[in-house]
Write a protein that binds this ligand. Sequence first.
Ligand SMILES: [Zn+2]
Length: 235
Amino acid sequence: LTLLRRDHYYARSFSKIELMPIYDVSVPLSAATPTYPGDPGIEINQFLSLTNGNAANVSLLHFGAHSGTHVDAPAHFIADGARADSIPLQTLIGVAEVIEVPPAVKVIDGGFISESCQRREERVLFKTRNSSFWSDNASGFRSDYTSLDVSAAERLIDLGVKLVGIDYLSIEAYGSETFATHHVLLGKNVVIVEGLDLRTIVPGRYEFICLPLRLAGGSGDGAPARAVLRTLPTN
Ligand SMILES: [Zn+2]
């Protein structure tokens, strides 16, 4: 019943939704996009080109599944975990709350979740100081990004959250050797969205639409995604 009520806005005001502003919260993918240390770099080359006398332009893509804005599937850290191409679309599309994290908070913990996640949406996106990093990609990867600890992950699971998003290339503190936040979230099939750009987003409730590529090869650990937020109708 709770779920039905949450998604009721679709049926009630579909025509209004089509008129609401849409914000792109994915980052552009190019060789200039920072990547997580140890991951492949991003190369996008011309495989065929009109200027070379080919009949068409065709680009060749070379990058890791965790490049730019992307989802982490359970298979990223859990043997035999669910693959990115099997994440339910119902999880990837629906109402999300964008929560502002003050710049002084470098680690989102359980206490912060208890204070800030009162609406209990199934999708929660954290707008942190990380979003401003996207203004300066020339400086490369930043290891001092704001992250989410195990107590926060456990609290989000208690609240019934199904998808957690953050605005840099990992949700886990840099240098972690256990990857405990990933293990806790992915172990409960909570989808992680990393690499969001929430610079222009005013905190609040939106419709979130995140569509990762339906990669069927590889280990299913993740996939780059286009992600947008759409303003919800007011009634
Ligand atoms: Zn990832």
